[in-house]
Design a protein around this ligand. Structure first.
Ligand code: A4P
Ligand code: MG
Length: 172
C-alpha cells in the first residue's frame, strides 16, 4: 500500500522547490535583479525562500559589459510552464530585447531546477541545459543548495571570472 495519501479533490497543489537564475548586464543590472526578486515574491503561487549573494561575472559565450548574476530559491505551486510564463513576463517588463543570441540584456530569468523534475519540451528544458557549464549559475546555486552542485562541476568552471558584486548588495 502506498505511504503517500492520495491528494484530496480541491486541495491546494503541493509546493515544489525551484531555483531561478537571474542575470543582467545593461542599464542598472543590480536594480533589475532586486526588482525581479521583489516581483517574484509578490506573485501568487510563488514564495521567495532565499536569494544568493549578488555576483559580478565576465560574459560567457557573449560580449558586452560584465554581468550581475544571482540565484533565487522559491517554493511554487505553479506548474513549470506557468512559472516560465511569469519569468518571461518579468523579462518583458524590464525592457528585455533579443536582437541576437546571447545579446546583452536588461534581465534574464532562467528556470534552473524545478524540484527533481526533468522536462524536455520545445520551449522549456529543465534542468537548464547550460547551467553546469557556467560559474555564474553554479557559484550562487552552490551557496543556496550545495547538494545540487557536484564539486566536479564547480571545479570544471573555476577558470571563469566571477566574484562578489561590490560595493552594493540586495539592500542597496
Ligand atoms: N527555455 C528553455 N528552457 C528554459 C529554461 N529552463 N529557463 C527557452 C528559461 N527559458 C528556457 O531564452 C530562449 C528560450 O529558451 C526561451 O524562449 C525559453 O522558451 P531567452 O531568455 O530568450 O534567450 P537567452 O537568455 O539568450 O537564452 P538562455 O538559455 O537564457 O541563455 P544562456 O545560455 O543562459 O546564456 N554570461 C554571464 N557572465 N552571465 C550571464 O547571465 N547569460 C548568457 C545567456 C550568456 N552569457 C552570460 C550570461
Ligand atoms: Mg534566458
Amino acid at each position: 500500500m502506498s505511504t503517500h495519501p492520495a491528494p484530496q479533490a480541491g486541495a491546494p497543489a503541493p509546493a515544489v522547490q525551484a531555483w531561478v537564475g537571474l542575470g543582467a548586464n545593461l542599464g542598472d543590472p543590480a536594480a533589475a535583479l532586486r526588482q525581479a526578486v521583489r516581483a517574484l515574491a509578490h506573485t501568487p503561487g510563488i514564495r521567495l525562500l532565499r536569494t544568493s549573494s549578488l555576483y559580478r561575472s565576465a560574459p560567457v559565450d557573449a560580449g558586452g559589459p560584465d554581468y550581475v548574476n544571482a540565484v533565487a530559491e522559491i517554493a511554487t505551486t505553479l506548474a513549470p510552464h506557468a512559472l516560465l510564463a511569469v519569468l518571461q513576463a518579468l523579462e518583458q517588463a524590464a525592457g528585455r530585447e533579443r536582437p541576437y543570441r546571447n545579446a546583452p540584456r536588461t534581465l534574464d530569468l532562467d528556470l534552473l531546477l524545478y524540484g527533481d523534475q526533468h522536462i524536455a519540451t520545445p520551449d522549456l528544458t529543465v534542468p537548464h541545459p547550460r547551467m553546469f557549464e557556467r560559474a555564474f549559475v553554479l557559484r550562487p546555486l552552490a551557496e543556496l543548495a550545495p547538494q545540487q552542485v557536484p564539486p566536479a562541476a564547480l571545479q570544471a568552471v573555476q577558470d571563469q571570472a566571477i566574484g562578489l558584486w561590490r560595493p552594493v548588495g540586495w539592500a542597496d
